[in-house]
Design a protein around this ligand. Structure first.
Ligand SMILES: O=C(O)/C=C/C(=O)CC(=O)C(=O)O
Length: 221
């Protein structure tokens, strides 16, 4: 069986978990406290990052590369459109969420509030939290703009772009940092994606010291 070294609220790990689950690939989850830099873990990935996926005799790192590998090896159900233009748009949006959104929002809210405590790195920096809280509004408005023009984030079908966005937002949702009432289309999109069976595993995550909010597992909000 495949094995995924992960931490529960990491959006990068969640994106890979969603891809695996959508394709019904069974996986054993192994929690890896990557910041402790266990030598065995560093041997698997000298970059000292999760996720790491062991599958088909291979050990792989970097969530975007992993998801594209899964897509090529296990093409059904498809999470990538066929045309070059449409594939470009998926990759652009995956980059948007894993880079821009991550730097401006996830790292400023989730990492300040949760990761710092778990890793014993001190208290949240209030300036960072303030800037994350401001930036998420802009990003939710961008999502709303996309969804005013498309059924899913990158076009007519659900793709890795939706999983990248949902991975980040679901982690932030765990600490109640998403104002779902800011936009009906974004709320509807998230309800739609959250109701997929692939989402079950991540909705069951628990982080000691951070109980999920009451609304977290409620599919209808
Ligand atoms: O696999 C990726 O795309 C990226 C993973 C990370 O950046 C993991 C971390 O080191 C982190 O979440 O801080």
């Amino acid at each position: 069986m495949a094995k995924l070294y992960h931490v529960p609220l990491s959006p990068f790990c969640r994106k890979v978990r969603l891809s695996l689950a959508e394709k019904k690939i069974e996986v054993e989850l192994v929690e890896e406290r990557y910041w402790e830099k266990d030598p065995e873990f560093l041997r698997r990935n000298p970059a000292a990052k999760v996720p790491i996926l062991r599958i088909d005799g291979k050990t792989m790192a970097e969530s975007a590369a992993i998801c594209e590998w899964i897509e090529e090896k296990y093409p059904e159900p498809s999470l990538m459109p066929r045309s070059a233009d449409a594939r470009y748009e998926v990759r652009r949006l995956v980059g948007w969420f894993d880079d821009k959104f991550h730097n401006e929002v996830t790292s400023k809210l989730l990492y300040e509030r949760v990761n710092k405590k778990v890793m014993k790195l001190g208290f949240p920096d209030s300036g960072n939290v303030k800037s994350g809280a401001k930036a998420i509004k802009y990003h939710l408005d961008y999502l709303a703009w996309l969804l005013d023009h498309r059924r899913w984030l990158a076009g007519d079908t659900m793709t890795l772009a939706d999983f990248a966005a949902a991975a980040h937002l679901s982690s932030l949702d765990y600490i109640s940092d998403v104002d779902w009432n800011r936009s009906e289309v974004v709320k509807d999109w998230y309800a739609k994606i959250k109701s997929r069976p692939a989402f079950r595993s991540i909705l069951a995550d628990q982080v000691p010291g951070f109980p999920p909010p009451a609304h977290y597992a409620d599919l209808d909000f």
